[in-house]
Design a protein around this ligand. Structure first.
Ligand code: MG
Length: 375
C-alpha cells in the first residue's frame, strides 16, 4: 500500500472568526494548516502529503509541501487533488479536512489498517447524547440514537475507487464517504477520537490548543536586578510606589529595581529576551522612564501569546527604606499594571543581615518569579 494524504484546505470558512480563513490562523504557536500537514507528514505510513488550497492562498503553503489549486466547491477541490495523485505512485488516499489539526496517529493507523480489507474506511464516534427533535424552542420528539455515528476524517479509499466515484457523482454530498457509497463502495467504520475535533467556532481554537499543547502549558521565569544608591535625591521608586528616602537610586530609567526584576521574570517565562533588549538603555526615549511602561509591555506580550499571569512574586533586598508599610500599595500597583488578580501578586522584603552591598546600603537588589499558564 502506498498511501497519500489529501488535505482539503481551499475553504474560505469564516465562522471561526478572525479576518482570514481558519486554516491560516495561529493555533498553539503554529498555523492550523501547519499542524494538520505535520500530523500526516510525520506519520511513518503516509508516503506523501498533498494540500489543496484556494488559488489566492498559494503563498501560504508551507515550504516544501506539494499543493494544487482547489475548485469552486469542496467536491471540485477533492477531484483536483485526486487527479494530481494519479500522477504519483499512490494506491490509496486519506482525504482529510484541514480544520482537524489534532488528528491522532492512532486514527490514521486505524483507517490504514481497515483499507487492507476494504476499499473505504473512515473514523467515527458513536452518538452518546440523547437526540431530540424540536421546533420553536420546544422538544417535539426523540430519535433513537442506536446505530448513529458522528463522522470524522481522514476518510480513506482505494485511489481508483474514489476517483471513479467522484467522477460519477453530481450534486452535493456531505463528505467523501457519501460520494463513495453512492458509487457502491463499502465503507468500514473505525474508531474516531474526541481529540480529532473540527475547528468550526472561535472557541474551538482553545479546545484544539489544549490537545496540541497538552492539558496545561505552565511557564516560569526569574528576574534579578540591582541599582546603586547615589547622588542626592529624596526618594526611591520601588514596585511603582514612591517612598521618601534620604538617597535616590541611580539608573537610566526611574531605577525601579523591583519592577525591573519582575519584568525580566515575565520575559524569561516567555523566553522573550530581557528588559535591555526591549528597552535599550542606549535609546534616549527610556531616559528617566516610568518602569511601569516596561512591566505593561511584558504583561501585554504574555496575554498576546495566550498566557495568563498565574503568579507574580517579588523580593526586595535592602536594609532601608523599610518596605513593610508599602507592600499593599506595591501589590495593588503591580496587579493594576499587569491585569493579574491581586491575590496572585506578592511583594516581600528581606535584609541581608548587614552583609554585602545591600547590607552596607550601597544599593538595593530585587528577585522576582513569574508563572504563566495557558490556555
Ligand atoms: Mg534595572
Amino acid at each position: 500500500m502506498h498511501a497519500a494524504a489529501l488535505i482539503v484546505a481551499a475553504g474560505r470558512g469564516r465562522r471561526a472568526g478572525g479576518g482570514r480563513p481558519k486554516q491560516w490562523r495561529p493555533l498553539a504557536g503554529r498555523r492550523v494548516a501547519d499542524w494538520t500537514v505535520a500530523a500526516f507528514a510525520a506519520h511513518p505510513r503516509i508516503a506523501e502529503v498533498l494540500l489543496v488550497v484556494h488559488p489566492d492562498d498559494i503563498g501560504q503553503v508551507p515550504a516544501g509541501v506539494a499543493h494544487v489549486p482547489g475548485g469552486a466547491t469542496r467536491a471540485d477541490s477533492v477531484r483536483a487533488g485526486l487527479a494530481a495523485l494519479t500522477q504519483t505512485a499512490a494506491t490509496h488516499v486519506l482525504i482529510h479536512d484541514v480544520a482537524r489539526p489534532c488528528v491522532p496517529g492512532e486514527v490514521i493507523d486505524a483507517v490504514l489498517d481497515a483499507l487492507v480489507r476494504h476499499d473505504g474506511a473512515a473514523p467515527a464516534l458513536p452518538v452518546t447524547d440523547a437526540l431530540w427533535r424540536g421546533t420553536g424552542g420546544r422538544v417535539t420528539g426523540a430519535e433513537p440514537r442506536d446505530g448513529l455515528f458522528r463522522a470524522q476524517t481522514p476518510q480513506g479509499f482505494a485511489l481508483d475507487a474514489i476517483l471513479a466515484a467522484h467522477r460519477a457523482h453530481s450534486g452535493a454530498a456531505a463528505d467523501d464517504v457519501e460520494v463513495a457509497r453512492a458509487a457502491g463502495v463499502e465503507v468500514a467504520i473505525v474508531p474516531g477520537a474526541e481529540a480529532n475535533l473540527k475547528i468550526t467556532h472561535p472557541e474551538d481554537f482553545a479546545r484544539a490548543g489544549k490537545y496540541l499543547r497538552g492539558d496545561m502549558d505552565v511557564r516560569t521565569g526569574n528576574g534579578y536586578d540591582v541599582h546603586a544608591f547615589g547622588g542626592g535625591g529624596d526618594h526611591v521608586i520601588l514596585c511603582g510606589v514612591r517612598i521618601p528616602h534620604d538617597r535616590g537610586l541611580v539608573g537610566h530609567s526611574d531605577a525601579d529595581v523591583g519592577l525591573h526584576a519582575l519584568t525580566d521574570a515575565i520575559y524569561g517565562a516567555l523566553a522573550a529576551g530581557d528588559i535591555g533588549q526591549h528597552f535599550p538603555p542606549s535609546d534616549a526615549r527610556w531616559k528617566g522612564a516610568d518602569s511601569r511602561v516596561f512591566l505593561r509591555h511584558a504583561a501585554g506580550l504574555a496575554v498576546e501569546r495566550g498566557y495568563r499571569l498565574a503568579s507574580l512574586d517579588v523580593t526586595l533586598v535592602c536594609e532601608h527604606p523599610k518596605i513593610g508599610p508599602h507592600v499593599s500599595a506595591m501589590t495593588s500597583e503591580i496587579a493594576r499594571e499587569t491585569g493579574a488578580a491581586p491575590d496572585r501578586v506578592s511583594v516581600k522584603a528581606t535584609t541581608s543581615e548587614r552583609l554585602g552591598f545591600t547590607g552596607r546600603e550601597e544599593g538595593i537588589a530585587a528577585l522576582a518569579t513569574a508563572t504563566l499558564v495557558a490556555p
